[in-house]
Each structure stands twice: as C-alpha cells, then as structure tokens.
Design a protein around this ligand. Structure first.
Ligand SMILES: NC(=O)c1ccc[n+]([C@@H]2O[C@H](COP(=O)([O-])OP(=O)(O)OC[C@H]3O[C@@H](n4cnc5c(N)ncnc54)[C@H](OP(=O)(O)O)[C@@H]3O)[C@@H](O)[C@H]2O)c1
Length: 282
C-alpha cells in the first residue's frame, strides 16, 4: 500500500495515516492490529488507557515486520501525571509493548482531573519527565494530546523542549481551528483523532453529496480532508476492507471551494470531550 510521510520538527518521519487502536480489540477478535499491519499500516496509535499494548506487541511479532519499520505511539493516562509516575508509565508501556524505545510518547490529557488545583505544575513536571526520556534516547519524539493553546502556553513556561505533536479530535464539523492554527504556527504536528467522526459524518447530506461527487466514501472524504489540512489522521477500523479503504486516499484532491464548505460546516459529530469540562453525552 502507498504511504506518504510527514516530518516532525526534530526530523523524525511519521507515516501520514496512523491506525487507531482504541476499542480496536474489544471482544473476541484479537487479530485487528495484526490485520492492519498486513494491510499496510506502519503507524500504530496506542495508549496505556487502551489496555492493548500487549496485543500490539504480539501483532508486530506475528507480522514479522522489523520494529524500525513501524512507528509506535503510546500515551500516559491521567492517573500517571507527575514526574515519577510519568517515568514509570513509560517503563510499563515499553515492557508491555516489548520494545526498548518508542517513536512517540504523549501526555494523553492536560489535567489528571478537573478538580486538580495545581494542574499546571503537575503537567509541567510530567513534561520534564518526557524531556528526560527524549534526551536519554528512549523515545524519538514527545508530545501531548488534547492540549489547547492555553495548556501549551502553560507547558512552555517551564519546558526546555517544545512538544513535537498535539493529538486532538479533528474532522469536518469539529476542526478546533484555534488549536490547530496555534500548533501549526509553532511547528507542532497535529494528529487527528476520530478523523471520521466515528462515522457520524455519514448522516450529513452535504458530506454525503460531496463524497458521491468525488466518487469516494464519506470516510475517504474525511481522511483526505485531514491530509489537505496537514493533519495526520488515525482512523480505526476492525474490517480489513475498511482498513484498505481508509488508506486509499492519495489519488484525489478536494477542491479549494469544497475544502471551504467542509471547513465551515456547523459543529457536527463532536465526541462531547473537552479538556477543561465534564464530558457531554448526546
Ligand atoms: N488522544 C485521545 O484522547 C483519543 C481519543 C479518541 C481516539 N483516539 C485515537 O484515534 C483513533 C480513532 O478514533 P475513533 O476510533 O474514536 O474514531 P474514528 O476512527 O473516527 O471512527 C471509528 C469508527 O468508524 C468506523 N469506520 C472506520 N472506517 C470506516 C469506513 N471506511 N467506513 C465506514 N465505517 C468506518 C469504525 O467501525 P469498524 O471498526 O466496524 O470499521 C468505527 O466504528 C482511536 O482508535 C485512537 O487511537 C485518541
């Protein structure tokens, strides 16, 4: 399968489509990540919270693909904020993943809880641990997830190294333009989670009509949209056919006019998650 690469500010190359693994191995089917590797994904997005790092390890071993050909991201969960906890979380992720380095390690959310009063110093101390892991050569790039510009500004008050990546919800109908613009102006690569809005985008007539016109599926339109916004999408699918479909987005171009239509949709398919607020359930 054809793949393109983006380059992080420190020169590390990253496949521009990653495979999302949240709930990817729910139930009996333990072969989803193995199938994704077989199909051609070389960028796997996992996290301590997803409880599947051992399955990532076993899938890579079974695939026979050399470790260095696969870009592995993991993240530390809210319960591991703090300098010592972050180091320990990293060590455990390495152990579960059966590797001696990570390609990318992220702070999953900026706050351990919404009630945390000194969340700023907690987050800054967590970042200090990631900086040391990076300086010690244990991880090729470090970053954050679900950080808005004010969280990034807080982090930068004490940081020696700026985050190289910010992973956040991104799809037509929920573009987080302020955060994406801020990151791109500061050379922070944006990765998009729920890039196809968990398929809730399919219900929108504008998006469906446009996908018809480009002779692609709604999922492909959303993924192409991410790429044209210079955002690295992380689609998840359990079906081999849809995994292939989600990689097959390199041979068409959405026009500037249609990009404008997608970029100015009213809010659609938002997950309900926000780093400074309680989750909203729809
Ligand atoms: N950093 C964070 O806080 C955070 C939060 C959420 C997610 N993430 C990451 O982002 C990844 C993706 O997000 P997500 O799983 O929430 O949402 P998503 O990738 O937008 O949507 C996944 C859903 O869409 C379906 N789907 C996938 N491809 C399809 C296609 N071509 N046609 C029709 N349906 C399709 C999947 O069903 P099937 O499986 O049946 O195909 C699944 O139900 C996660 O797995 C995780 O790695 C990160």
């Amino acid at each position: 399968m054809y793949m393109e690469y983006a380059t992080l500010i420190n020169g590390v190359r990253i496949p521009v489509i990653g495979f999302g693994t949240y709930k990817a191995v729910a139930g009996e089917d333990k072969d989803v990540i193995f199938r994704a590797l077989q199909v051609g994904y070389r960028h796997i997005d996992t996290a301590a919270f997803y409880n599947n790092e051992e399955i990532v390890r076993d899938s890579i071993a079974r695939s026979g693909i050399p470790r260095e050909e696969i870009f592995i991201t993991s993240k530390l969960w809210k319960d591991s904020m703090g300098y010592r906890q972050a180091k320990e979380s990293f060590r455990k992720s390495l152990e579960r993943l059966g590797t001696d380095y990570l390609d990318l390690f992220l702070i999953h959310w900026p706050k351990s809880s919404l009630e945390k009063e000194d969340w700023e110093s907690e987050m800054q101390e967590t970042w200090r641990a990631l900086e040391e892991l990076y300086e010690d050569g244990k991880v090729r790039a470090i970053g954050v997830s679900n950080f808005l510009p004010h969280h990034l500004m807080t982090l930068m008050e004490t940081a020696k190294i700026a985050p190289m990546v910010d992973q956040m919800e991104f799809h037509p109908g929920y573009m987080q333009k302020t955060a994406v613009d801020y990151c791109q102006q500061h050379d922070i690569l944006v990765e998009g989670w729920s890039p196809i809005g968990r398929m809730r985008m399919a219900d929108d007539p504008t998006v469906a009509e446009m996908a018809d016109r480009y002779d692609c599926t709604v999922a492909q339109l959303c993924l192409r949209f991410c790429l044209q916004c210079h955002v690295v999408p992380l689609p998840k699918s359990s079906s081999e056919e849809r995994m292939r479909e989600n990689l097959d987005v390199f041979d068409f171009e959405i026009s500037q006019k249609d990009m404008s239509v997608l970029m100015t949709l009213p809010q659609l398919a938002w997950s309900g998650e926000h780093p400074d607020r309680e989750r909203v359930y729809f």
